[in-house]
Design a protein around this ligand. Sequence first.
Ligand code: NAI
Length: 356
Amino acid sequence: MDIVKLDFEGRGQRVLRFEHPRSGASGYIVVDSNVLGPAMGGCRLWRYSSDDSALRDAQRLARGMSLKNALADLPLGGGKAVIRLPDGPFDRRSMFEAFGRAVSEFAGDYLTAEDVGTTEEDMRHVRDVSPFVFGLPAVGEKAGGNPSPWTALGVFRAMGALLARSGRDFSDVSVAVQGLGQVGMALCDLLHGAGAALIVADVSRTRLDLAASRGWKISSTNDIHQSPADIFSPCALGAALNEETISEMSASMVVGAANNQLATWSDAERLLDRGILYAPDYVVNAGGIINVAAEYFGHDHASVAARVDEIADRIIAIVERADAEAVSPAVVATRMAEARMAGLPLQGTDDLKRAS
Ligand code: NAI
């Protein structure tokens, strides 16, 4: 297997391309940064049209992980892996064992876990050949297991804090949720429990049937972003916020779990110009990685819950700073994460002021 160093927007990234013809596994591992510690970020199994598009996705996602881990105040760098989903049938166990051998090439500088398309069982196959994998079942009080409920909880906490800031609570708002996967469904359950009205969309009939059985309103996947809701919550794949969707959106806030929601950096400006408050994805969706990191460090569930709660204060600090400077919260969040990677502490508004 080859490790090459590529330049991504002026930042050196370590990239490993792996190929295992017997199982059909091929893909990339990208380590974006080890400045704060081992690079942690999940492994995505997805259909890509070309090697190049798989690589670009891994690079963007790895950069996002560096920013996310820094902003969550974790002693971790950022990395990500993508495996190209083969067209025909394939041997899943052997695919993830091959991937595990690729992970071990980094000798602990890259730590993997689940992401879109991969499961706890896949990670168990990785563990058969490599110690550098997390997101495995929890043992006793120790953190572990599926990170998605923690991701959903972090997004929910962020929404709650932003609503409280404008004098509202869940019982008088509606939320349009795009994607009812592991995170989206858990988020909807929390929102429903708190009294929010829900409009939801998914490409999966099974997920929609489940939503309908809970009494949630269903929208088409093409129109969910323009639903008459107070909050739009992208919880499917990236680039949900683009020139077209932003111009059609009626929500006044975007708070969701999907990674890389902004199609381009200009889309942060577009949201600002339309007066739509954008909660940066990697700030509010850090709950899952907080849980995976706690598993790696041997912390317990209670410490995960406390850290996930901190997402609420963090998003408020970022939004207030952004308001004061009349810039997008995405600008403030990136600046704050980069300051942390440059060695400045990160706690609350005071540190944010020092960093700016
Ligand atoms: P998932 O694969 O379980 O769910 C994604 C859902 O989106 C599926 O139900 C799928 O059918 C649906 N979907 C796909 N295309 C769609 C479309 N065009 N319109 C509406 N629905 C569509 O993935 P998961 O784990 O729930 O993650 C969701 C997003 O959150 C991803 O972007 C992921 O990277 C991000 N994320 C997930 C974390 C986690 O802990 N699982 C952590 C941080 C981010």
